[in-house]
Design a protein around this ligand. Structure first.
Ligand code: MSP
Length: 520
């Protein structure tokens, strides 16, 4: 039987600048989910990419004195560009789409024409307030203090002959859709309904004539397709929709689109409405995650508060950074990033708790039994508790992961590692080791610890793929690194053999490190 499919996407990033920790956060979360689903046996398609058209990119390229294509090539595939960043962060995307890819451009032209021929798009004149950096037209009522509600910058009056998508026709169907729980978290639904749908949806301007860096409308020269129409359909063109480059439409509809909260509007109103217009199946879910902020403010080049993942990942390890991002902040809400939080979290959870547990356990098997446990067993006090927690963990974890509750899933795993550390103190293996008659009891204690480590490590695989490999090698887990084997406490062979390894997560001197970080 073929595996069930699972299709998950990140937004496609604007290559107008280097990406920062906020973008990284979204890709890491998507990656964790993709890896989790692969572990669960799904045939996963994980898509990410770049959204390369639009006036902003055209202007940036002009300022840099290069063509728009050269400009985006440099940021996307150039040294230390976006593709390199995802390699650094160990992002396991199956595909990477660039909206300048030929197949995508041709597909967008066909899609635009299909919408026009169906009568979902018509020609008219646009008069309105435009925010250049956000490439968005706004109505007077949507402005905040007279400025763009997304970025807070000035808007200007603009008028142009343009094509419009009949968005106004979809208010009722969209409300119905949003009320089904299709968009998560729930708070975002209220925002969409109250701020956009209830005041009345207006038809959406979907072409531009004021610049050329976009997909040309092939039946009306001078018009280029609105960048959001071009961008949203990436989720389908990357599978082969309206093109021959790929043949993977079996993945459609997507299981979930992960998107930041400011682009929920595009994904939960414009996107489903366009799909409805073409009678295409809708994605099964949209999840709007929060922002990483600094002192409550969104990261931006102009404020100068951008955190660079390429400085942090090599310094603390990619896995440590990945772990921190998903453990520290609840995925649906904003989180305030500080270096201090990052270092404190690495020290407390990874160095002191997990790292310590692994190194103590392996060191004791090595010291007391020369690296291989004898097979005799003797159970005792405290065993039932740790075995109970470890055995229940996969189910609890699954419940959180299925709801994108990464933080809660990690909290549960670390309850097991803390319990295991406490079990060491309770059972005091160093005392048992002094008594020849307690060898079976000592072996049992160490075996239980190895099993707790193994189960925790399997469940950590989506979050810290490289570190768990090292843990598996140290505890001699062999093939027992699968989801199925994590369900069974006691799957590890009784005569388990360990191999000492390097310290997984070195402890960091906070004060010294904060000072160092301040300098770079
Ligand atoms: N190109 C559009 C998306 C098109 S999808 C069809 C876009 N690009 S973006 O580069 O500006 O943002 C990409 C994603 O990064 C968005 O989901 C956005 O929310 C996310 N983030 C950018 N800064 C962020 C933080 N500081 N924190 C969390 N996510 C952030 O929008």
């Amino acid at each position: 039987m073929s595996k069930p499919t699972y299709y998950i996407t990140t937004p496609i990033y604007y290559p107008s600048d280097k990406l920062h920790i906020g973008h990284t956060y979204c890709s890491v979360a998507t990656d964790a989910m993709a890896r989790y689903k692969r572990m669960r046996g799904f045939d996963v398609m994980f898509l990410t990419g770049t959204d390369e058209h639009g006036m902003k990119i055209e202007e940036k390229a002009k300022d840099a004195g290069v063509s728009p294509q050269e400009f985006v090539d440099n940021i996307v595939i150039g040294a230390n560009g976006i593709v390199d960043l995802w390699k650094l962060m160990n992002i396991s995307n199956d595909r990477f789409i660039r909206t300048t890819d030929d197949y995508h451009v041709a597909a967008i032209q066909r899609i635009f024409k299909a919408l026009y021929e169906k009568g979902a798009i018509y020609k008219g004149t646009y008069k309105g307030l435009y925010c250049t950096p956000c490439e968005s037209f706004w109505t007077e009522t949507q402005l905040v203090d007279g400025k763009c509600p997304d970025c807070g910058r000035e808007v200007h009056y603009a008028e142009e002959e343009a094509y419009f998508f009949k968005l106004s026709a979809y208010g009722e169907r969209l409300t119905e859709l949003l009320e089904t729980g299709w968009l998560e978290p729930r708070t975002r639904v209220n925002e969409m309904i109250n701020n956009f749908i209830k005041p009345g949806l207006e038809d959406l301007c979907v072409s531009r004539t004021t610049f050329t860096w976009g997909v040309p409308v092939d039946f009306d020269p001078g018009h280029v397709v609105y960048v959001w129409v071009d961008a949203l359909f990436n989720y389908m063109t990357a599978l082969g929709f309206e093109n021959d480059r790929y043949d993977d439409m079996r993945f459609w509809p997507a299981d979930v689109h992960f998107v930041g909260k400011e682009i929920v509007r595009f994904h939960s109103i414009i996107w489903p409405a366009m799909l409805m217009a073409l009678d295409l199946p809708l994605p099964k879910k949209v999840f709007g995650h929060g922002w990483l902020v600094i002192d409550g403010k969104k990261m931006s080049k102009s404020i100068g508060n951008v955190v660079d993942p390429t400085k942090l990942a090599p310094r603390y390890g990619t896995d440590a950074l990945r772990y921190f991002l998903l453990r520290e902040f609840p995925f649906g809400q904003d989180g305030d990033f500080t270096n201090e939080l990052l270092i404190t979290r690495i020290n407390s959870d990874l160095a002191n708790d997990l790292g310590n547990l692994v190194s103590r356990t392996v060191a004791m098997v090595d010291k007391y039994f020369g690296g291989t446990l004898p097979v005799e067993r003797e159970s005792g006090e405290f065993d039932a508790d740790i075995i109970g927690i470890a055995s229940a963990l996969p189910g609890v974890y699954e419940g959180h992961m299925e709801k994108f509750g990464f933080q809660n899933a990690l909290v549960e795993i670390f309850k097991l590692t803390s319990r295991a550390n406490k079990y060491i103190d309770e059972t005091a293996p160093w005392t048992l080791a002094k008594d020849e008659g307690k060898r079976a009891r000592l072996a049992t204690v160490l075996y239980n610890l190895l099993e707790a480590v193994r189960i925790a490590a399997v469940l950590l695989t989506p979050f810290m793929p490289e570190s768990v490999e090292k843990i598996f090698a140290q505890i001699g887990a062999g093939e027992l690194v699968t989801w199925e084997s994590a369900q069974e406490f006691g799957a590890l062979t009784p005569d388990a053999t360990v191999r000492k390894g390097d310290t997984l997560f070195p402890r960091i001197d906070i004060a010294k490190e904060l000072e160092e970080l301040g300098k770079i």
